[in-house]
Design a binder for this molecule. Structure first.
Ligand SMILES: Cc1cc2nc3c(=O)[nH]c(=O)nc-3n(C[C@H](O)[C@H](O)[C@H](O)COP(=O)(O)OP(=O)(O)OC[C@H]3O[C@@H](n4cnc5c(N)ncnc54)[C@H](O)[C@@H]3O)c2cc1C
Length: 326
């Protein structure tokens, strides 16, 4: 059996990254000749949540209940997951590659003495059991063999498209109340602040993104870049230097510590292409780099490049777009 930890939103829905993990679990299931997939959720789920998981092919939904699950405690979640796993005998334990998913499965790995693979993007086959995962903040990929059981791994966000199964699972709800040791509750969430609104949504889903880096020169150097963005109906994505200097707001940052984008076209202007920036844009389908330096990493990795001063190149592009549209 394949066991997938499914995270639930405050609205009681299975979060997208968890549905992506279940979608990938179906590939493993098919490779194993139809191995059943069970989900573990924390708290008593609504019927609608159980129904959605059934539509993703889940056979059973194990709900971890009891006061130990009133707030997040990574060790307690891992203990509950292992309790279900030991009774049901699962050979694979998966979760979404979220901070919680990675923390809980790291506990599972430590308790079982089995290595855990974080941020897997694809499954390569059963014999040997092989996965490909992101490393160095997403800048490189590593193929990894998981020879011990259970195979333990998390699935990188948006590496897989979440999709319901052709044939729904039974979606049977099983309420669990595992005994959780006090030691597993030592590190737990005791209070939470309201999160700041996420303003980066348009950037993450955009088909075209105009990028801007230190080459913009100053906070006043973005006029032409913003005009290009408007002409292309594209959001602006910037490097960390730009946000650190206070030239543009943080929600526009692309990279390891910003948004990860996968547009059809990324136009990084005056961005060197440091590994931490590349981590956020390497999955763009095409890159048109504009830079004065022909040896900048962004230029050498780009699909196309214009070598020149962005303050001359961008106004020329804008003028040409306006001319053609006139
Ligand atoms: C832990 C950690 C996390 C990080 N996370 C991120 C992250 O999420 N995102 C991120 O972006 N960075 C991140 N960084 C920072 C990263 O290492 C780089 O410092 C940053 O990406 C560089 O920004 P830049 O390309 O704008 O500036 P620079 O590296 O200074 O490059 C400027 C580029 O502009 C070109 N240029 C200059 N003038 C012009 C002009 N007039 N016209 C055209 N081109 C011009 C130059 O040739 C150069 O290539 C992180 C760093 C660390 C240590």
């Amino acid at each position: 059996m394949i066991l997938v930890l499914v995270e639930v939103s405050p609205a009681g829905e299975a979060v997208e990254t968890s549905r992506e993990a279940v979608t990938l679990a179906r590939e493993l299931s098919a490779a194993g000749g139809g191995v059943p997939i069970d989900a573990v959720v924390v708290g008593t789920p609504h019927d609608a949540l159980v129904g959605v998981l059934a539509s993703y092919g889940v056979r059973r939904v194990h709900a971890l209940t009891g006061s130990a699950y009133d707030s997040f405690a990574g060790a307690a979640w891992a203990a509950g997951l292992l309790d279900v796993r030991e009774r049901a005998g699962s050979v694979v334990v998966m979760a979404a590659g979220t901070p919680r998913g990675n923390e809980v499965l790291a506990h599972v790995g430590a308790r079982t003495g089995v290595p855990m693979a974080a941020n897997v993007i694809s499954f390569g086959g059963l014999s040997p059991f092989t996965v490909t995962r992101q490393v160095v903040g997403g800048a490189a990929l590593e193929e990894m063999r998981l020879s011990q059981r259970p195979a333990i791994f998390t699935v990188a966000g948006h590496a897989v498209q979440a999709a319901p199964a052709d044939a729904a699972g039974a979606g049977e709800l099983v309420v669990e109340k595992p005994d959780i040791a006090d030691a597993d509750l030592v590190a737990r969430v005791v209070s939470t602040d309201e999160p700041e609104p996420d303003l980066s949504g348009a950037l993450k889903s955009a088909r075209v993104v105009v990028g801007a880096g230190r080459g913009a020169g100053s906070a006043d150097g973005f006029g032409d870049l913003l005009e290009l963005a408007e002409l292309l109906d594209a959001p602006l994505g910037v490097s960390r230097v730009v946000t650190s200097l206070g030239w543009r707001p943080h929600h526009e940052q692309v990279g390891q510590t910003g948004s990860r984008i996968s547009p059809d076209l990324y136009i990084p202007c005056g961005i060197s292409g440091a590994i931490q920036h590349w981590a956020g844009c390497s999955t763009a389908k095409a890159i048109l780099a504009i830079n004065t330096d022909p040896d900048a990493p962004m230029v050498t990795k780009a699909t196309h490049a214009v070598i020149g001063d962005l303050h001359e190149v961008i106004p020329a592009i804008n003028a040409e777009i306006r001319r053609r549209r006139a």
